[in-house]
Design a binder for this molecule. Structure first.
Ligand code: P6P
Length: 334
C-alpha cells in the first residue's frame, strides 16, 4: 500500500469528503506535531531528567508529573499561534487558556488531557494524549468555560496518541477511525489502518477489580457473572486486562475488542466518577462509536450528556456494543 502520510490523509479528507476545512486540518497537524515532541520527551525517560513529580498539584488535586506540565506546555505553545483556535482547555489547567491577543483567533475549541495515565510514566508503561475539538459558539469573543460545555455529540474531531512500543495516533473526523504510526526515522505519522470496527461481543473486560467492594450492586453482579465464566450465567469465559492508562486500554479495545469500565463507586460518588467527561470520556466515546462500539455512563449515552463544568467526572462503560447494552440490562433489572 502506498504510504499515506497524515498530511495527505487530511488533504484528501478536505478535498474529497469536505469533512474538514483548512483550519481544522492545521489544528490536527499541529496537535500531531506536538504529540511527536511529547513522544520524544517521554522516550528520553530518566536521561531527559523529565521523570518524577513537578512538585505541584493540578485542579484535580493530583500531583503533577514533570511530563504532565511539559506535555501541557508543548500543546499550548504548538496551538496558540496558528489562528485556528478560539481557546484551549486542559486537565492540567483550572481555567481555559485564551489565545494571546498578538495572535488571530479561529472558530475551534481544543480540549485535551496532555498526558493521560501519567502515574505509569515512572514504571515505563504506555501513556497517551487525548484531545477533542469543538466549534466555538457563534459570536463568542472571549470564550470562557461555558463555551466548552457542549455535549460530546458536538465534537468535530477527536483523537489520541499512544506512547508505547510504537507511537500511534488514532483520529476520527466523524467518518470512521484511522490509525497512524509514527515513522521515527522520517518523523512523520503514516496511515496504517482505517475504518476500524469493534466486534459487537466481548471476551475481554477491563476494570480495576480492587474497587469491587465499592461498586453499586448491579455492577458487582455484572462483573461477578463475567468471573463465573462458562459455568455461570454468561456461559463463556472472559479474560481481563487493566493497564490503568485509559489510552492503552481503549486502544486495545479499538484494535481487538472488549469492554472498558470505570464505574461510579462509593469512594468517588460525590465527585461523579473517576474519568473526566470533556477530555477523556467524550473523545473516547466519539472514537468508539465511530468504530461501531458504544459508550455510556452505564445507563446514559456519554455523547448526549450536557456538561455542567469543565473538569466534570462521569462513570464510563465503553467498547463492544452488545456488552455495553448488557451492563445497562443489569442496571434496569436492579
Ligand atoms: P486507577 C489515569 O490516571 C486515569 O485517568 C485513566 O487513564 C485510567 O484508566 C484510570 O485513571 C486508572 O485509574 O484507579 O485504576 O488508578
Amino acid at each position: 500500500m502506498a504510504r499515506v502520510s497524515l498530511s495527505r490523509y487530511l488533504i484528501e479528507q478536505q478535498r474529497e469528503h469536505g469533512r474538514i476545512d483548512a483550519d481544522l486540518r492545521l489544528l490536527i497537524e499541529v496537535v500531531a506535531r506536538a504529540c511527536k515532541r511529547i513522544a520524544i520527551a517521554i522516550g528520553k525517560g530518566e536521561l531527559g531528567g523529565v521523570l518524577g513529580s513537578a512538585g505541584s498539584e493540578n485542579v484535580q488535586g493530583e500531583v503533577q508529573k514533570k511530563l504532565d506540565v511539559l506535555s501541557n506546555e508543548i500543546l499550548l505553545e504548538a496551538n496558540e499561534w496558528g489562528g485556528h483556535l478560539a481557546a484551549m482547555a486542559s486537565e492540567e489547567m483550572d481555567h481555559p487558556h485564551p489565545i494571546p491577543n498578538r495572535f488571530p483567533k479561529g472558530e475551534y475549541l481544543l480540549v485535551f488531557d496532555p498526558l493521560d495515565g501519567s502515574s505509569n510514566i515512572d514504571v515505563n508503561v504506555s501513556v497517551g494524549t487525548i484531545f477533542s475539538v469543538l466549534r466555538c459558539p457563534e459570536g463568542t469573543v472571549d470564550p470562557t468555560e461555558e463555551a466548552f460545555l457542549q455535549p460530546g455529540s458536538k465534537q468535530v474531531a477527536a483523537g489520541y496518541a499512544v506512547y508505547g512500543p510504537t507511537t500511534l495516533l488514532a483520529l476520527t473526523l466523524g467518518d470512521g477511525v484511522a490509525i497512524f504510526t509514527l515513522d521515527r526515522e522520517q518523523g512523520s505519522f503514516v496511515l496504517t489502518s482505517e475504518n476500524l470496527s469493534i466486534p459487537a461481543d466481548a471476551s475481554e473486560f477491563a476494570i480495576n477489580m480492587s474497587n469491587q467492594r465499592h461498586w453499586e450492586a448491579p455492577m458487582q453482579r455484572y462483573v461477578a457473572d463475567l468471573l463465573a465464566g462458562a459455568e455461570g450465567p454468561r456461559g463463556k469465559n472472559f479474560n481481563m486486562r487493566w493497564v490503568a492508562s485509559m489510552v492503552a486500554d481503549v486502544h486495545r479495545i479499538l484494535t481487538r475488542g472488549g469492554v472498558f469500565i470505570y464505574p461510579i463507586d462509593a469512594r468517588i460518588a460525590k465527585q461523579g466518577g473517576k474519568l473526566r467527561l470533556l477530555y477523556e470520556a467524550n473523545p473516547m466515546a466519539f472514537i468508539v462509536e465511530q468504530a461501531g462500539g458504544a459508550a455510556t455512563t452505564g445507563t446514559e449515552r456519554i455523547l448526549d450528556l450536557q456538561p455542567t463544568s469543565l473538569h466534570q467526572r462521569v462513570p464510563v462503560v465503553l467498547g463492544a456494543k452488545n456488552e455495553v447494552a448488557k451492563v445497562a440490562e443489569y442496571y434496569r433489572e436492579a
